[in-house]
Write a protein that binds this ligand. Structure first.
Ligand SMILES: [Zn+2]
Length: 434
């Protein structure tokens, strides 16, 4: 009975061999198992496979990762270039998408931040919603499958519930130094807890609390946030060492951030004393029992030094160092010292930041900027930052980030690559194929 069935037109068209033998009265399930190949497959969790083969079911779940030659060439869908897992955008602000082109590039961080609060209020709900829809569609087109996204309010929650992308929503707690601190901390924490309850949790979405940055994080805030995140093992995130002014504020209470406080009418000298150490040290001094604290994403790290990185790594708190190189170019026009982080063997992931401070939401574009600045970094390492490390940073590595049997990571095709000497260049292209 089986032989005639296998010769039937259904099986000839499906072009695959059943994995199990069937008894006479079993009806085979007609699933569209597919074999995809490319000049180079980057499974990420295992070494690259020249002309390797990814076998998926019709849901996109990985059934096998095989070396070249495992299947007949007529059974394969071939892509010129690279196939890698879907990208993870470890840092974004979907709710700021409507502010694209509202703040010019290269102003420096303090000047960038100054107009944002007022600007956010000047747009209709419809405009804000349309911008988020378009921004999300752009991420999907560019091969992004999951996002670590900062939210100051519930604006983006409905879009995230649609289930087009998987989101970890970091509810951001911003508390400037100043008067009536205790009262404001308690208000902001309550608001954050209310938002936690509303944040999307369908479709594998997750959420937690996150401080904004050291310069808007009076001492009690980090501990209050960790007290909520830690018992749940929830990941947190903070903008970190994005510019020299941040360090200057903590070292000597001078510089652009102190001026920013003054321009907001806050005499920060009355509420804040410098610590003769930089913002990295300031964060460290807030931690009690760091080894028991959940993962923290340190975002930007543009000016972090060898000593800063070592000091934070020594605490045994799990840290992911997130780079958003195009946002660094947009705002400060400088880039982190990638090799310092690489030499110290730290865990690195990639983010885009928001459309307010970037030209696009595209992880490949971030990798292009890194590859242009530091062409000696191997492409396999860049792709790991962009996929598995981001998935691990957000706690999504069980499903996303690598080609491993049982995962459903999405499949991205990177074209414009010379397979004999693979490197991401300005000519490289990206599209999601699964
Ligand atoms: Zn950001």
């Amino acid at each position: 009975m089986l032989a005639p069935l296998l010769q039937s037109s259904i099986y000839r068209n499906l072009k695959y061999r059943p994995l199990i033998s069937l008894s006479q009265n079993q009806i085979p399930s007609i699933s569209t198992m597919r074999h995809l190949t490319a000049d180079l497959i980057y499974p990420i969790a295992t070494p690259p496979l020249p002309k390797g083969i990814i076998t998926i079911d019709d849901e996109g779940t990985i059934l096998a990762v095989s070396p070249a030659g495992t299947y007949a060439s007529e059974d394969l869908a071939y892509y010129r270039g690279i196939l890698c897992p879907g990208f993870v955008n470890a840092h974004c602000h979907l709710e700021l998408s409507h502010l694209q082109d509202q703040i010019p590039p290269y102003t420096g961080l303090a000047n960038f931040l100054r107009p944002i609060s007022a600007l956010r209020m000047q747009f209709s709900t419809a405009t804000i919603d349309q911008a988020m829809v378009a921004a999300e569609a752009q991420m999907l087109r560019n091969g992004i499958v999951a996002v670590g996204d900062i939210s100051n309010d519930a604006t983006s929650f409905e879009q995230k519930r649609q289930g087009n992308l998987r989101y970890h929503t970091f509810i951001e707690i911003v508390v400037p130094f100043g008067d009536t601190l205790e009262e404001r901390i308690s208000q902001k924490m309550q608001l954050g807890i209310d938002l936690l309850a509303q944040a999307p949790r369908n479709n594998g979405n997750t959420t937690s609390l996150a401080p904004h940055a050291p310069y808007t994080m009076p001492p009690a805030i980090l501990q209050a946030i960790d007290e909520i995140n830690a018992p749940n093992a929830w990941v947190s995130s903070i903008h970190h060492q994005e510019c020299n002014a941040e360090n200057e504020m903590f070292q000597t209470a001078t510089g652009d951030f102190v001026d920013l406080y003054h321009s907001l009418g806050i005499r920060i000298e009355q509420f804040f004393s410098p610590i003769s150490a930089n913002s990295s040290q300031y964060i460290l001094r807030q931690w009690q029992n760091p080894a028991q604290l959940p993962r923290l994403l340190l975002v930007h790290n543009t000016i972090s030094t060898d000593a800063d990185i070592r000091a934070l790594q020594q605490t045994q708190r799990p840290i992911t160092w997130v780079f958003c190189p195009n946002a660094n170019r947009y705002i400060e026009n400088r880039l982190p010292h990638f090799d310092t982080f690489r030499r110290l063997g730290v865990h690195i992931a990639i983010g885009t930041d928001s459309l307010t401070s970037n030209w696009q939401l595209c992880i490949l574009s971030e990798l292009k900027t890194i590859a242009d600045y530091a062409p000696h970094i191997p492409i396999a390492e860049l792709l790991q930052w962009a996929t598995l490390n981001g998935a691990q940073a957000l706690g999504y590595e069980r499903d996303l980030g690598s080609f491993e049997v049982g995962k459903k990571p999405g499949i991205v095709h990177i074209g414009g690559i010379n397979p004999d000497s693979p490197q991401i260049t300005a000519h490289s292209t990206v599209r999601r194929i699964v």
